[in-house]
Design a protein around this ligand. Structure first.
Ligand SMILES: [Zn+2]
Length: 310
């Protein structure tokens, strides 16, 4: 058997809710944990809860000036121009839980999101190279009471700069639970998020105590790229998501399958060359980003065993 990869134990862990101020599961859970953090405590560490974008939460909107979860880049973190609230907030988060890329950064941030798409309990990681996050996902898949937690890699290129709130810490994990309308809290999704979070903390506790996590193979979806809505020459959307595609996140979409329907009732078919696995289908927040859904490819990834550095 090959030797396990070794990583230091995790002492500083943070849980962020309300990075997007209208995604309510994380907002309500983190507010609860700020009142009573006992659920986030384990023997070897405790996780620190924080609200990502308090002003957006107050106004129950995704953001005030720009999307905070796209603002944790070197340019914004070093910018002197902090007129935009989210740039200021990104710099504060970086000061408290980073600095990003440094040895002082927190060991892990778990960032809690909701989507209006039917993505179930999705676990989002940078890429297959995020060894610790991948082991947390595997543990969640094997031990949580939620039947299916698909893993999504959002990084398209290995050299691509990371920009999310959980990229500030050494390792990151985002939970993306849906479908849930913006500004609404559903008890079922809130309970799922809470139980996945507990599972992640249990993993860290076992890891810190020296448990050996064996090598494994897992299926994951890797982002290929976005697909925009069909538009009129003036830019207005000319077709909606096809009823056959609605709610079919993570299900295979074949060339020739209908993806949009025009207002005159005409079907628009998928003209790609290969089967793809769409995600974030009809995500409300992505209309402004000109994204109707995101194409992914499904692949199997192997991960080496992992154990704490002694
Ligand atoms: Zn979000």
């Amino acid at each position: 058997m090959t030797q396990p990869q070794r990583l230091p134990s995790l002492r500083r862990v943070a849980v962020c809710g309300g990075t997007h101020g209208n995604e309510m599961s994380g907002v309500y859970l983190v507010r609860h944990w700020l009142r009573d953090p006992s659920e986030l405590q384990r023997g070897t560490f405790h996780a620190t809860p924080f609200l990502g974008n308090p002003r957006a939460i107050e106004q129950c909107t995704r953001y005030i000036g720009r999307d905070l979860n796209r603002t944790l880049t070197a340019d914004f973190l070093n910018s002197k121009n902090t007129n935009l609230y989210e740039v200021q907030r990104a710099q504060e988060i970086n000061q408290t839980f980073g600095p990003k890329g440094s040895s002082q950064a927190y060991d892990l941030i778990v960032d809690l999101h909701n989507t209006t798409a039917n993505m179930g309990s999705c676990l989002i990681v940078d890429s297959e190279h995020s060894l610790l996050s991948m082991h947390i996902c595997d543990y969640i898949q094997k031990h949580s009471r939620i039947r299916r937690c698909p893993i999504l890699f959002y990084q398209q290129q290995p050299e691509e700069e990371t920009y999310s709130v959980c990229s500030v810490s050494k390792a990151g994990l985002a939970l993306e639970l849906g479908p849930q309308p913006q500004g609404v809290a559903r008890a079922d999704l809130l309970a799922h998020m809470r139980s996945i979070m507990a599972c992640a903390l249990d993993f860290i506790e076992l890891f810190n105590k020296g448990t050996l996590f064996p090598a494994f193979e897992t299926e994951a979806y890797k982002v290929v790229g976005p697909v925009d809505f069909p538009r009129y020459p003036n830019g207005e959307i000319s077709a909606v998501i096809h009823p056959n595609l609605q709610d079919k996140d993570f299900q295979p979409l074949k060339p020739g399958d209908p993806i949009f329907q025009t207002l005159s009732g005409e079907d628009i078919l998928y003209d790609g060359d290969d089967v793809t696995y769409p995600v974030f289908i009809n995500e409300a927040a992505y209309y402004e980003k000109k994204v109707a859904f995101i194409k992914t490819e499904k692949r199997t990834f192997s991960q080496p065993a992992l154990q704490k550095m002694f």
